[in-house]
Design a protein around this ligand. Structure first.
Ligand code: ADP
Ligand code: MG
Length: 253
């Protein structure tokens, strides 16, 4: 694995009112890897992704993207950093009143000087990449949950990002669609060497796609290691998290 650090979170603190979300969080992410951050509901996973793309700023500590500290960066420069970061939002977050074409084209129309014909080419190419050719005229309401996620992924890929952030990509999907999304995450990473940061509480998916697993607990990353290391960890919280969720899944299976 290429060992160049592309994302560094250094001693990050973030509090909302009384709620301490990040309490001295450290994490290094390397170029081209697929890393999954596991953590319970409300543990601060989505906040972590928002700190990485500069939508939220830590109270203290640093977020460094490709060698540049974004915590002190003016919005005008942050826009350039964000061009290299795609995000698949929790629940896809498509604009329901706009056709698929407009949803995928959105970031290109807003932030680039491409002509309509050029944008159209990109939109068709990205939809083909996620296995959904010829649906650009459909409305989001006509699509299944799995298809919406894939359109969200096509949108996240529109700018050919170096970093792709996935917020709960498999939540709410049925098993065939979970497998399809997992395969796409692996595929996009392989084809374009996209650094992939996935946050989820879906342990099976995390194990299926990740090079490394990180575990967020009590505002800190308390474990980072390979999938194999995670499975046999002696970190009590991660062990309980993995086994607790597995047990719950067995109960409802
Ligand atoms: N913009 C915000 N304002 C106030 N509280 C927030 C905000 N964003 C997140 N929180 C709180 O921070 C905690 C972590 O949220 P989040 O990162 O969304 O959790 P999760 O790990 O489930 O993704 C939660 O208690 C949430 O209510
Ligand atoms: Mg979340």
């Amino acid at each position: 694995m290429d060992k160049k650090k592309i994302i560094e979170l250094i001693n990050v603190h973030k509090t909302f009112g009384q709620k301490v979300v990040h309490n001295g969080l450290d994490l290094d992410i390397f170029e081209g890897e697929k890393i999954t951050v596991l953590g319970g509901s409300g543990s601060g996973k989505s906040v972590l992704l928002k700190e990485i793309n500069g939508l939220l700023s830590p109270d203290s500590g640093k977020v460094v993207i490709d060698g540049r500290d974004i915590t002190t960066m003016p919005e005008s420069e942050l826009i350039n950093v964000r061009k290299n970061i795609g995000m698949l939002f929790q629940g896809s977050a498509l604009f329901d009143s706009l056709p698929v074409w407009d949803n995928v084209a959105y970031t290109l129309v807003e932030n680039s000087s491409l002509s309509k014909e050029e944008i159209d080419k990109v939109v068709k190419k990205k939809l083909a990449l996620v296995g959904l050719p010829d649906i650009e005229d459909k409305m989001p309401g006509d699509l299944s949950g799995g298809m919406k996620k894939r359109v969200g992924l096509a949108r996240a890929l529109a700018k050919t990002p170096k970093i792709l952030l996935y917020d709960e990509p498999t939540t709410g999907l049925d098993p065939p669609n979970i497998i399809r999304i997992n395969d796409l995450i692996i595929d996009m990473n392989k084809k374009f060497n996209i650094t992939s940061v996935i946050i989820t509480h879906d342990i099976e998916s995390a194990f299926a796609v990740s090079d490394r697993i990180a575990f967020l607990h009590d505002g800190k990353i308390v474990f980072v290691g390979s999938v194999e290391d995670a499975k046999i960890t002696d970190n009590k919280e991660l062990h309980n998290f993995i086994n607790g969720v597995m047990e719950e899944e067995l109960q409802f299976a």
